[in-house]
Write a protein that binds this ligand. Sequence first.
Ligand SMILES: [Zn+2]
Length: 415
Amino acid sequence: MNNRVRAWVVAVWFVGTLAVVSVAQERAPEPIVALVGATLVDGTGAPPLANTTVLIQGDRITAVGSATAIRVPPGARTIHVTGKWILPGFIDCHIHTAGVDDELQELADTDSLATLRSVHTLDMYLRSGVTAVRDLGSPVESMQAILAAQQSGHLDTIRLFACGNLITVTGGHGDGHRGVLAVDGPWAWRRAVRQMQKAGFGQIKISPTFTLEEAAAAVDEAKTLGLRITAHGGGVSDTTPPTMTRVAVEAGVQCVEHLNEMGDDVLDLMAEKGVYNVPTLSAYREIYRTNKVPPVLVEKRHWTLSMHEALFRKARERGIVMGIGTDGTGEMRKLYPGLYFSELKYFAELGASPMEAIVAATRNGAMILGKADELGTLEPGKLADLQVVAGDPIEGFDVLGKPELVIVGGKVHRF
Ligand SMILES: [Zn+2]
């Protein structure tokens, strides 16, 4: 063979080998995991189903049902979970994963530190059975770093759905804190939404005090770009009129955070328009318990824990879809991951059945994320995000928060 012919032969062999390798990669079936024998709470609200099999291939659930009806394919990795309970991974709809522990820390904060706090929070949740969070305001760079590190395989933790910076007006709720973008006027609000989309985020959060024009501009822009948009309801300062929630709902937001002072008319409008709510009751209970409610809110605006509780009952009566959110900032960050389970218990204390509270933590959370077709319930075709716990969660929530096994996107984590 002369050199030119040899080069050709080598080239043809090389291309041929590549083709064989790529065909082999395409055809190699992803490994199957079978969870066999547990009682299933699938997140839809259906009664628990005893002795089930859940099949997972790659990152998806392929079969769910009675163990007598589902055959485990040969070669599957079988995990025997008889006597245990399987639930979807829980979702926290309102958290600031990179939040500071106190205001002094904020003064010396950096994006790197914020990123580490965020990773710490996500990992704490992974061990607790919470497999997705909606971060409603953290430094942009930290959120981007986490998403990029997950994408490249450098970080193996739970799902992060982030808004980047929350958007408010000059002097509005959150202005001056990290993770907050304060701008004024409808075009500035449109630009802020575009900036968050460009930065890679799929969620938008707006915070008072906004005008109807500003809120409507943000909603229009978010919907044009295919982003989810939620609003902080009411405010924590006396400058925030209680009518703010109505303005947000009229502007077309898909969700309202918190259940701060609002009239029955606003709740009616939310129910009519199918607007979701994340009440964050435990955060308020904690604020009242530690007397950190500004006196002006108590004296002039009549904020009390019973106001929050009454609004929860009214929202529930109207069938408003509510999710579990913690919003633990400052001192409250010490309460993680327990704050999540306090909120779940609080739903039940205020009249929700245990199953209803679990549905709030799972299916409703996925609806609020705009991911109901992928997450929140254990059904064939959905992403395999689930947890195995030692006892019956319907009998008592104390078995929650310490799962024996958590699966995120098909990847098994044992604790
Ligand atoms: Zn918040």
